[in-house]
Design a protein around this ligand. Structure first.
Ligand SMILES: *Cc1c(COP(=O)(O)O)cnc(C)c1O
Length: 497
């Protein structure tokens, strides 16, 4: 399996190269040259495997330059009860009639990004060895909250790597901020940026593709790689849990082999839902992929009209990991929907950079509508949904997951579609304790973050994840706040060059 760039189909690299480079030199994203297929029988047989072996099965179709031993080394280290509080790694909760919560937050940082970021360091260091890179890998991350912490946990003290994370100063939850500021490890750095997530991400992208910076790194025996979902090594682990969940539902007799399901994903950077798209095109029977947004609803408009327009106000919401106006992974989807037309992608994403807007052609518009549905909701609706879900089903969900539930309820009411449905539950409710408690109690309380966590435990009768409970007494290590114009200098200074 080779990988092309979305902005130059003639680029052909191995998975080890795609993973170590993160982003292609001309700014495109790496995409496998074909989507491997899984038969229904193969999917069924995965039901009898443990999660790490399901992952091995999928990876062996994409990472064909890795040996079996290398893939096993990665999967066995990443997906064990050493890192996850569930034997099954992910859990499925049967919520209400024909609706299932795929809980993706049983890892060390309590959000779905752990599924990818626990394995990425193994992919990266294995890839670097395979292609005889003797450079130290520098991971630069822009985060809307969850990626940063999950990447820090994945890479801390991993030999041959160092990691630097930028987050928007006022754009993450207090718990997310505490998690990052108190990060342990000898090879880690964390810095706040005066700006929003898009500013962080644009800055990181610009630094990645800056020729001068690249030469400076070269001279110092360093190279950049990315832990953001622009890295293929972030995306492929996410395909696993959709296939795994389908196999699990069949095994449990909830659906029959071959039955279609809907998948609802609370979406920001479009990585998670793109992984569901890949799972579908590998062979998982899927009816609709439902893209749920908060009021930063640029994707809802795009899927409904074919016009992507980021020229709009940016809102901070109670689902901060979805406060994004530029969804990077959409580029991969459009590359596939245009039958790999790198010129069109060049044109559209050039327009996005210069004018903040592009419109896709009619063919892509109709393909989008065939595969996807989209909706959004605001903060009040998000909190009402958390409240309602708890009242009706004694189930406590986080703010991002609540956006998905609300958008799904609207979809069901509008279409009458009774297809069984899997909702991606992307974070533990404890991670967004202020908004969740407000939703549960129906009012704002002025107790501190940790008291809120304890209160949620009391009300919901669920255990507090140990990683969050322990934060209270941890010392803060990182307090830098910089202007977005200072980002490049900051990176160079941190690297000592
Ligand atoms: C990152 C994140 C999302 C958005 O996922 P994308 O892959 O960026 O679309 C949703 N919910 C939570 C809790 C997240 O951390």
């Amino acid at each position: 399996m080779l990988y092309n760039s979305t902005r130059n189909s003639n680029v052909k690299v191995s998975s080890a190269e795609a993973i170590t480079q993160g982003i292609s030199a001309e700014g495109g994203l790496f995409v496998p040259e074909s989507i491997p297929s899984l038969s229904l029988d193969e999917i069924k047989s995965m039901g009898d495997m443990k999660y790490a072996d399901r992952a091995f099965y999928i990876f062996s179709k994409y990472l064909t330059d890795f040996t079996e031993a290398e893939i096993h080394y990665c999967t066995d280290n990443a997906y064990s009860t050493k890192n996850f509080d569930s034997e099954n790694i992910t859990e499925i909760s049967h919520l209400f009639d024909g609706t299932y919560m795929l809980e993706l937050w049983h890892g060390p940082t309590c959000a779905f990004k752990d599924l990818a970021l626990q394995i990425l360091p193994y992919f990266l260091t294995t890839s670097a060895k395979k292609i005889n890179l003797d450079k130290k890998i520098v991971i630069l991350v822009a985060t809307s909250g969850d990626t940063g912490k999950a990447a820090l946990e994945g890479f801390k003290d991993v030999e041959g790597t160092s990691i630097l994370v930028f987050y928007p100063e006022d754009g993450v939850s207090p718990m997310q901020k505490r998690q990052m500021k108190t990060q342990e490890g000898s090879n880690v750095g964390v810095c706040a940026l005066k700006g929003n997530f898009d500013d962080c991400q644009n800055g990181v992208k610009a630094i990645f593709t800056d020729g001068d910076v690249k030469s400076l790194l070269d001279e110092n025996g360093l190279m950049f790689s990315s832990a953001n979902s622009i890295n293929w090594g972030r995306l492929v682990p996410q395909v696993v849990y959709y296939v795994s969940a389908y196999a699990e539902l069949v095994k449990d007799g909830e659906i029959s082999l071959g039955d279609k399901i809907n998948i609802v994903v609370p979406t920001g950077n479009f990585g998670n839902i793109l992984a569901a798209y890949y799972a579908k095109h590998m062979g998982v029977p899927v009816n609709k992929l439902i893209c749920a947004s908060n009021i930063n609803n640029v994707l809802t408009d795009f899927i409904n009209t074919g016009i992507y327009d980021r020229n709009r106000d940016f809102h901070t919401t109670v689902s901060p990991s979805m406060d994004i106006l530029i969804s990077s992974n959409l580029e991969r989807l459009l590359y596939l929907l245009t039958d790999r037309n790198d010129e069109l992608i060049h044109d559209w994403f050039g327009k996005l950079a210069s004018e903040g807007r592009y419109e896709v052609n009619d063919d892509v518009k109709s393909r989008l509508k065939e595969e996807f549905c989209a909706g959004f909701c605001d903060d009040v609706q998000t909190k009402n949904t958390i409240h309602e879900l708890f009242e009706k089903y004694s189930y406590t969900c986080d703010t991002h997951t609540a956006v998905a539930v609300k958008v799904y309820n609207d979809y069901k009411a509008a279409t009458g579609d009774n297809t069984r449905t899997l909702i991606a539950s992307t974070a533990s409710p404890y991670k967004f304790s202020a908004a969740v408690l407000e939703a549960l109690e129906g009012g704002v309380s002025d107790i501190d973050e940790y008291a809120k966590v304890e209160k949620i435990a009391e009300i919901s009768k669920t255990p507090v994840p140990p990683a969050l409970a322990g934060l209270k007494t941890k010392p803060e290590r990182f307090g830098d706040v910089i202007d977005k114009t200072e980002q490049k200098q900051y990176v160079l200074k941190s690297l000592g060059i």
